[in-house]
Design a protein around this ligand. Structure first.
Ligand code: PHE
Length: 451
């Protein structure tokens, strides 16, 4: 973080740093863990095409909208709505974003905890997925009982430690190196996928859209995934943009983030599905899919243990760059709106996430029979945040930016007060005024069976 301050707030050092950190927030378990499992549950190709369309038509415009609000006001989500509106909207959008961020942080920490477990098990040579029964038994062994509780706590402590050391000093530096490394590793695994016997079947599953499979559930799932993966709808990108310098071109940053984020998700799909079909597993396994499939890949690779350790280590770090960003939402809110000290705000957010995280971790063990609306606590937190809170947050943001906020303010943000061109301004306006809110609204109505 630079020593330059803007209204008393820190600013990202470089343009590259700002993009890398934004991509660091977007790229995480959402791409590598959540995307394949959602695609698997929702029929592969049909899900993929909807997801990509949502990224392009809703994701990119909303990223621009959040960036404008964040950088233009240099505030947290609550403050941004308050400065640009009349306060009442901030009382809806603010708490919604903060609740969503804490729900996500809770279940995310459990999955991130699995990455720690898998990294250590790989390192000690304890990961054996030589056949289906052993593989599944081992997964259960590693993710039930007291161990996931421990790793969830360990993960949250790591997250806390980074947060308490100031506004992301280390993260900016770390993401600059680690994200490209993770990307390279994924590309290497993709090349390996090409040689698996199930490559063709996997590719067909992922890339051949069967339009008859596009149901309301697929649409809602794909929209939720686009929001989740781009860290949209909860003020996360708004908060990060409040640290951007005026030199950052917002449109370009949004496009780059969406492109890289989708690329990582597609790479993850290309790695997972050929393996699913090669090792005779089911694409519909749900949240456990990636953790059950990846070890098979590592098992058949020369030096698999090293690949596996490295991969889960990088995934753990990619998760950290995402959880740090989602924690910032509530921390900046508690600091700037409730006048708490950063340390107190960090302790409060972490404590809430700890309680939520432990409940989610227990969903795979002692609380596995405890369901609400037919979902375990883990699944409920995931569904509520990704498929409900984030799209509602996006809906409010698009209407707000499209209809309420002064046009000139948005134009000034997108063009840095006329210093450069933003040729897609008309299209952007159309998307935030009409396309995004109408699409989100219809998908919601559709999912509750009205349209
Ligand atoms: N986008 C992150 C991921 O894909 C998750 C995230 C969601 C981060 C919401 C911040 C806010 O892993």
């Amino acid at each position: 973080m630079s020593s330059t301050h803007n209204n008393g707030r820190a600013v990202f050092n470089t343009k590259f740093g700002a993009i890398a950190t934004t991509v660091g927030s977007a790229v995480g378990l959402g791409n590598i863990w959540r995307f394949p499992y959602e695609a698997g549950v929702h029929g592969g190709g049909a899900f993929m095409i909807c997801y990509l369309l949502f990224v392009l038509l809703i994701g990119v415009p909303l990223l621009c909208a959040e960036f404008c609000m964040g950088r233009g006001t240099r505030s947290n989500i609550f403050g941004a709505y308050k400065k640009l509106g009349d306060g009442s909207i901030s009382h809806i959008a603010g708490p919604l974003g903060i609740i969503a961020s804490l729900l996500i942080l809770s279940f995310y920490s459990v999955v991130a905890g699995w990455t720690v477990e898998y990294c250590l098990s790989s390192l000690t040579g304890g990961l054996d997925f030589s056949n289906r029964e052993v593989g599944h038994g081992q997964f259960l062994n590693l993710t039930t009982g007291w161990r996931p509780l421990l790793w969830t706590v360990v993960f949250l402590i790591a997250n806390f430690t980074i947060l308490i050391s100031g506004v992301t000093k280390g993260i900016e530096r770390a993401s600059n190196i680690l994200m490209p490394l993770l990307f390279l590793l994924l590309v290497a695994f993709c090349v390996n996928s090409f040689f698996l016997p199930g490559f063709e079947e996997g590719m067909k599953f992922l890339f051949t859209p069967d339009f008859s499979k596009i149901t309301s559930g697929v649409l809602l799932g794909a929209m939720g995934q686009a929001f989740f993966s781009l860290s949209l709808g909860l003020g996360c990108m708004m908060t990060y943009a409040s640290y951007f310098s005026s030199k950052n071109k917002l449109g370009k940053t949004a496009a780059t983030t969406a492109l890289l984020d989708s690329a990582v998700a597609i790479l993850a799909g290309v790695i997972i599905f050929p393996a699913v079909f090669s090792f005779d597993l089911s694409p519909e396994a749900g949240p456990t899919l990636v953790f059950e499939v990846l070890p098979y890949i590592f098992n058949q690779l020369p030096g698999g243990m090293i690949w596996s350790t490295l991969f889960f280590l990088l995934l753990f770090l990619a998760s950290l760059t995402s959880t740090v960003s989602m924690s910032e939402i509530s921390i900046t809110y508690f600091c700037e709106e409730k006048k708490m000290k950063r340390k107190g705000a960090t302790i409060l957010s972490s404590a809430i996430a700890l309680v939520g995280g432990l409940l989610c971790a227990l969903s795979f063990g002692a609380l596995s029979d405890f369901t609400i609306f037919g979902m375990t606590i883990f699944n409920l937190f995931d569904y509520l945040s990704s498929n409900i809170c984030l799209p509602i947050g996006g809906f409010i943001c698009s209407l707000f930016v499209g209809w309420w906020v002064d046009k000139k303010f948005i134009k000034d943000q997108l063009t840095d007060y006329g210093k450069y061109k933003f040729p897609l301004l008309g299209l952007f306006r159309f998307c935030v005024r009409w396309l995004c809110p109408v699409a989100i609204f219809i998908i919601f109505l559709n999912s509750i069976g009205i349209v």
